[in-house]
Design a protein around this ligand. Structure first.
Ligand code: CU
Length: 287
């Protein structure tokens, strides 16, 4: 394309030079009707039509389905976090998670982007350019990560007050690690073992957390907020806004509105320190 454009550009410049300051006879031959029809009308039509057809081929190549063993991930931009669903090639749900996209290196991944509320934009610079998540539309992004590592992503379209706190972690594993990760994510929530964890689970139930959050394998099936089945395994909380540890978990539960103003989770600021510790201990154990 560059070579073709260079040839056309140089020819046009030569013609311009002739038209401006060439010998009179040459200038007259440029001005005649057939030169204009062939050079000015027929030539551009042929070249641009060829480029258009070629462009269709390229776009078609980009849209072809990735062959197995492609990974299929659906990401929904929410105010202000990322709902992530891993699907099998037929569209069945494998498992759900949030705010952390895991991919195997060297394997194509088909990422489906959508939004239930406002326009967000999915952007992990290490993986691909940004692509909007638009309510009522489905955008598809085909990526093939090459290098393992942990990368940062960010919502790249202003989506409301806490937009700046809508970041994302992308983890690229080698294939074996990715299989191990997805096998673990498919499992139901682990049962509480210690007394502290049991107290945490009881508090989770009695405070109605399950109305908004799912713990797969338990009666908690809420869909308003992130799936917490394996929240303890995540690196961050609140869409990559805070590191994930006992302190930030307790802090998030008691002060979600303070840490991320306007998000859909109320602050549970009437819980005591001991209750927050039990909840955090239980959630951190959900790996
Ligand atoms: Cu945003």
């Amino acid at each position: 394309m560059f070579a073709g454009a260079a040839v056309v550009f140089i020819s046009v410049m030569v013609l311009v030079a002739i038209a401006v300051s060439g010998p009179v006879t040459l200038r007259q031959s440029l001005a005649n009707w057939s030169a204009i029809m062939w050079g000015g009308v027929a030539f551009p039509i042929v070249v641009l039509t060829a480029l258009l057809l070629w462009g269709f081929f390229i776009v078609h190549d980009l849209r072809t389905e990735a062959a197995p063993p492609a990974v299929h991930v659906e990401i929904s931009g929410e105010q202000w976090w990322w709902r992530i669903t891993y699907r099998d090639p037929q569209g069945g749900v494998l498992f759900k998670t949030a705010n952390e996209l895991h991919l195997p290196a060297g394997v194509p991944a088909v990422i489906t982007l959508m939004s239930p509320d406002v326009i967000h934009s999915f952007w992990v610079p290490a993986l691909a350019g940004k692509l909007d998540m638009i309510p009522g539309r489905v955008n598809r992004l085909l990526v093939e990560p090459t290098r393992t590592g942990v990368y940062r992503g960010q919502c790249a379209e202003y989506c409301g007050g806490s937009h700046a706190l809508m970041a994302l972690v992308a983890v690229v594993h080698d294939r074996a690690q990715f299989s191990a990760w997805s096998a673990r994510q498919s499992m139901p929530a682990r049962d509480p073992l210690t007394e502290e964890e049991k107290r945490g689970r009881a508090l989770f139930d009695s405070n109605g957390c399950g109305a908004c959050h799912a713990l797969r394998g338990t009666p908690s099936m809420g869909e308003v907020g992130p799936d917490l089945t394996h929240v303890g395994s995540r690196l961050t909380l609140g869409a990559a806004s805070f590191p994930n540890n006992l302190g930030t978990l307790a802090g998030w539960i008691s002060s979600a509105q303070h840490l991320k103003p306007g998000n859909r989770m109320p602050s549970f600021d009437r819980l005591s320190g001991a209750e927050l510790r039990a909840l955090a201990t239980y959630l951190k154990a959900l790996e």
